[in-house]
Design a binder for this molecule. Structure first.
Ligand SMILES: [Zn+2]
Length: 287
């Protein structure tokens, strides 16, 4: 081992310990606040106490007290805080209940913060859909000429019919432009197919309701299993949603996006689960 490595190893070890001890400090805060220990020890506030004794910022103290209050009755989440810190449980803290805390603790433990955020967001959407509303109102900004032409086209008819007509036309056109699927040993998506998928997505994540720019093209039929690039089975996704797929947390992935649903746990019997594990392991080496 050369001297650089030695120095680096030391830093990693000390840093790791520093974080561990900071997590321990954080967990003591609610009790210190409850018993007003800071006052008894001559400090002006808990912030002064935490800053002078542990180098904690005001923000850290506030966040710790807020989050720890919410997990008072959730020992599994408390354990995750002890292991991984407060930040990891933030995405799940408002959705977990004493009955479901075990499930959410597992998610907070195994997912990164942004993965957990995406997952809880989808969960909420799914949960909060007791039936879709019949009609929704949207506001769009148009040039006056275009607005006028559209009004004319609609005439005395319904906006829904006109818009549906446009959508069907777009779909038909995309269908005509769609390249054939390619069977190959090469993982590289052929340029034609890539271009088509990006055009279809309009460079936006194709997960229903998501408006983030797309970052990754995802095979809903894993390439490793099928050795094909099928434009109907490749979707443009944002990173957050792509991660959910690779964690096996999207049900009916092989169907069209409208059918995708969030799962509680991955289906470990699905052959793609093994592939996804490999992908996740491979990636965790880099991120
Ligand atoms: Zn997305």
């Amino acid at each position: 081992m050369n001297r650089n490595d030695d120095l680096h190893e030391k830093f990693v070890e000390y840093g790791c310990n520093a974080k561990k001890w900071m997590r321990k400090c954080v967990l003591l805060l609610p009790e210190i606040e409850r018993r007003r220990i800071w006052k008894k020890k001559g400090f002006g506030s808990i912030y002064e106490y935490a800053a002078k004794l542990a180098g904690m910022s005001r923000y850290t103290v506030n966040e710790a007290l807020r989050v720890l209050k919410k997990v008072e009755d959730k020992p599994d989440l408390q354990k995750v805080i002890e292991e991984k810190g407060i930040n990891c449980v933030k995405p799940v803290v408002t959705i977990a209940t004493p009955e479901t805390q075990e499930f959410w603790a597992d998610k907070a433990r195994t997912m990164s913060k942004s993965e957990a955020e995406t997952y809880t967001r989808e969960w909420r959407k799914q949960d909060g859909l007791p039936g879709k509303p019949e009609k929704v109102k949207i506001e769009i900004e148009l040039n006056p000429e275009i607005a006028q032409q559209l009004e004319k086209l609609k005439g005395s008819g319904d906006w829904n019919n006109l818009m549906k007509e446009f959508l069907e036309m777009r779909e038909k056109q995309l269908e005509q432009e769609k390249p054939e699927k390619v069977e190959t040993q090469s993982r590289h998506i052929p340029a034609k197919i890539e271009k088509y998928v990006i055009k279809r997505s309009r460079e936006t994540c194709e997960y229903p309701g998501c408006r983030k720019p797309y970052e990754i093209l995802h095979h809903t039929r894993r390439f490793a299993l099928y050795k094909e690039h099928d434009p109907d089975k490749i979707f443009a996704l944002c990173k957050g949603h792509e991660r959910l797929f690779h964690q096996g947390l999207v049900e009916d992935e092989h169907k069209a996006p409208g059918f995708w649903r969030i799962r509680e746990v991955p289906d470990k019997k699905d052959p793609k689960f093994k592939i996804d594990l490999k992908v996740m392991r491979f990636r965790s080496g880099f991120t």
